[in-house]
Design a binder for this molecule. Structure first.
Ligand code: F6P
Length: 363
């Protein structure tokens, strides 16, 4: 029989549509296997403060269709401190929580690994609209966010077409350009600027693309800019385009509007599958692992490996951050390091290939 009598579930970091589907699946799958579930409110903050409630199947009714997270979320610096982690551990002991499913992004996984190392088994589920967790091809919320972006930008395009204007649109994603790139393709953007491809932000080339498209008779010009380019980039590019081309150019920052809304079918299904998998993993004695989606299947990885891979990609390949790669990869064998480098290189290559297609067909 499983040693798990009661597990906790929390959502942490930026909310994402589909998190509720995962919470529901965790609760119902655990209950179906005779395991109680405790909902932990406001992520690690709630775990420190003991803000928890025992859930039955009815406590997660009518949430699969809701955006945001019904468990609420918070960013919690106290959990980075040893005293915070010890307090969280005490809450687990007090409420007899034998393991935790933590839904969120890389910060959430760091918390899950810290708690696992202090004796509370944890399984992570990727949930962020940014889709920027290197070990998984998909994170809950990404599909809904892309659909929201295209709905909004299609509207901007209508008005651009009517007035023969250009619209520079900044899209969330923290440092990562997945949302801007993929949604940019889906709206037929004239140019897409993302950190991972430095040449994508060359102003002269963007203006040349607009001029060429205008000469071909195009009236609307959508320029997608990833949030990671920095808050000044979009407004400055807007001014420059208008000045050089004399095309009236507007700037729009979609910001948090992209994070809300009812989850798409894909996010409801992914949330459900990943939630069920996390419960199965905890009950089979696994800990410090993360549920992933790769090559069309639900798979798993060690959280520490996923976090190291993430740092490697974000520093060496995408250029978002700086990390001491020698130190980072020291625990891994030469063969493992090669696999990790290969993994990151392939990820970047795929992004570049997609970007090249986008630019080839955009005008
Ligand atoms: O990680 C999700 C995300 O929405 C990012 O796209 C964005 O950079 C960040 O969170 C915004 O954070 P906050 O909600 O704290 O403003």
């Amino acid at each position: 029989m499983s040693k798990f009598r009661r597990i906790g579930v929390l959502t942490s970091g930026g909310d994402a549509p589909g998190m509720n589907a995962a919470v529901r699946a965790v609760t119902r799958c655990a209950n179906a296997n005779g395991v109680e579930v405790v909902g932990i409110y406001e992520g690690y903050k709630g775990l420190i403060e003991g803000n928890v409630k025992v859930f039955g199947p009815r406590d997660v009714s009518n949430i699969i269709n809701l955006g945001g997270t019904s468990l609420y979320s918070a960013r919690c610096d106290d959990f980075k401190e040893e005293w915070g982690m010890q307090k969280a551990k005490k809450t687990c002991e007090k409420y007899k929580i034998d393991g935790i499913v933590a839904i969120g992004g890389d910060g959430t996984f760091r918390g899950a690994t810290d708690l696992s190392l202090r004796g509370i088994p944890c399984i992570g589920i990727p949930g962020t609209i940014d889709n920027d967790i290197t070990a998984t091809e998909y994170s809950i919320g990404y599909d809904t966010a892309m659909n929201t972006v295209i709905e909004m930008v299609d509207r901007l395009r209508d008005t651009c077409e009517s007035h023969a204007r250009c619209n520079v649109v900044e899209i969330m994603g923290r440092n990562a350009g997945y949302l801007a790139l993929n949604a940019g393709i889906a709206v037929g953007a004239t140019a897409i600027c993302i950190r991972e491809i430095p040449s994508s932000s060359n102003e002269e080339e963007i203006i040349a693309r607009i001029e060429k498209a205008r000469a071909d008779g195009k009236r609307n010009f959508i320029i997608m800019v990833a949030e990671g380019m920095g808050s000044e980039f979009g407004p400055a590019l807007t001014e420059k385009i208008e000045k050089v081309t004399e095309i009236e150019t507007r700037f729009a920052r979609l910001a948090h509007v992209v994070r809300g809304g009812s989850p798409s079918v894909r996010d409801r299904l992914m949330g459900t599958e990943m939630g069920a998998k996390a419960v199965e993993m905890l009950m089979s004695g696994q800990s410090n692992m993360v549920v992933c989606y790769r090559h069309g299947e639900i798979r798993t990885s060690e959280i520490t490996w996923a976090l190291a891979l993430d740092k490697l990609f974000k520093s060496e390949y995408a250029g978002y951050k700086k990390a001491d790669i020698e130190k980072l990869l020291a625990p891994y064998s030469a063969e493992d390091r090669e696999i990790m480098h290969q993994f990151c290189a392939t990820k970047l290559e795929k992004m570049k290939a997609l970007y090249n297609i986008a630019m080839e067909i955009s005008n």
